[in-house]
Design a protein around this ligand. Structure first.
Ligand code: CMP
Length: 133
């Protein structure tokens, strides 16, 4: 069984979309095996998103992820990484396929409601980041 990390971002937590988004995962064969609601610091967000540190949007991205509570989950299932990414849709909600989470709920490329690990390798790193110990 594969595992991946999903984050419901501040824009979606704030709009009380957590239960709706969780149900999209569980109805589509992904089991939520661990989860918590947290509010991280800008420094923690910077560490989490360090792969993007050279990007022009890095500072805003870290400020945004630490701007309010987030809901983090470990999803388990067959092809969990790819399945989660398909359910999320494209990074920019404008480009996302109909009925994907970002198409349904995303506001902009920044406020795109969810994050999901992009590979099995990064999923392990991201799960450890939030759930080790
Ligand atoms: P996420 O999957 O969380 O990974 C990095 C985030 O950076 C991405 O979702 C977007 O919300 C945000 N972002 C902002 N601008 C861009 C951009 N030009 N390209 C990709 N991601 C961006």
């Amino acid at each position: 069984m594969e595992h991946t990390l999903s984050i419901i971002k501040p824009d979606a937590v704030e709009r009380n979309l957590t239960e709706e988004i969780k149900s999209i995962f569980t109805k589509n064969g992904l089991k939520i095996i661990n989860s918590k609601k947290i509010h991280i610091s800008k420094e923690e967000a910077a560490e989490f998103y360090k792969v993007h540190q050279s990007k022009p949007f890095y500072n805003d991205l870290c400020a945004y992820l630490s701007s309010g509570p987030i809901f983090v989950m470990v999803l388990e299932g067959e092809d969990a990484v790819a399945k989660n990414r398909k359910l999320m849709g494209a990074t920019n909600p404008k480009d996302a396929e109909p009925n994907t989470i970002r198409k349904l709920y995303g506001i902009s490329i920044d406020k795109n409601s969810v994050h999901g690990s992009d590979s099995v390798e990064n999923a392990k790193i991201e799960i450890d980041f939030f759930f080790k110990n």
